[in-house]
Design a protein around this ligand. Structure first.
Ligand code: 5GP
Ligand code: MG
Length: 184
């Protein structure tokens, strides 16, 4: 039992995640071939996916990160993007990696920000897409799983910065949120 969680509803277990990331990597390998890539992980939610995915890719690559923040608990706050730590992307083929595509506002804003830096191309890959939640025109180029509209944690995704280390993806139930909010 995970600390603080009353019930654990596993949506994707370790094996399913591994297979999904394998397929994602296969599609990316097919698409880019041996073209060198600049991979940018959107922190912090993509940290586990980034580590697993890059080890399944075949092309020469540089790996960097940028930081976004929009959630506080399950409440959405203002979106901030901090690209100070990011690699130079000018004239590079860039692949952005994020954990989840929900409304789509985060990835859309990051694509716009990176586009202003003059890359040769930009594509994006996400682990999860929430069905029917999108409020933007674009979609990620590579998607491992479509999931129902539930708040999920694990495999990099957090609730108040906890649960990122779970090796599976679980839904946080309302009673779990109440427990976690008490900090138990
Ligand atoms: P969007 O801007 O597409 O609505 O949201 C994208 C960001 O919100 C993701 O990068 C992720 O950090 C966060 N997010 C959206 N849905 C969930 C969720 O179900 N669980 C967690 N932990 N984060 C989420
Ligand atoms: Mg995120």
């Amino acid at each position: 039992m995970i600390r603080g969680l009353k019930t654990v509803k596993i949506l994707l277990d370790e094996q399913q995640l591994n297979e999904g990331v394998e397929k994602l990597a296969h599609s990316i390998n097919q698409s880019y071939g041996s073209r060198p890539l600049t991979i940018i992980g959107i922190m912090t939610g993509s940290v586990i996916l980034l580590a697993d995915l890059v080890r399944k890719l075949d092309m020469p690559m540089r790996v960097g990160v940028l930081q976004t923040t929009s959630y506080h608990g399950t409440q959405r706050g203002p979106l901030t993007i901090d690209a100070d730590m990011m690699l130079d992307v000018t004239q590079r083929d860039v692949l952005l990696i994020d954990d989840i595509f929900d409304t789509g506002h985060t990835l859309t804003a990051v694509v716009e920000k990176v586009r202003q830096l003059g890359p040769k191309s930009i594509q994006s890959a996400v682990l999860l897409r929430k069905t029917g939640q999108q409020q933007v025109a674009g979609q990620p180029d590579f998607i491992a799983f479509d999931i129902p509209d539930e708040f999920v944690v694990g495999y990099g995704l957090d609730y108040n910065d906890e649960y990122r280390n779970l090796s599976y993806i679980a839904c946080l139930e309302p009673e779990d949120l109440a427990v976690s909010d008490q900090g138990s």
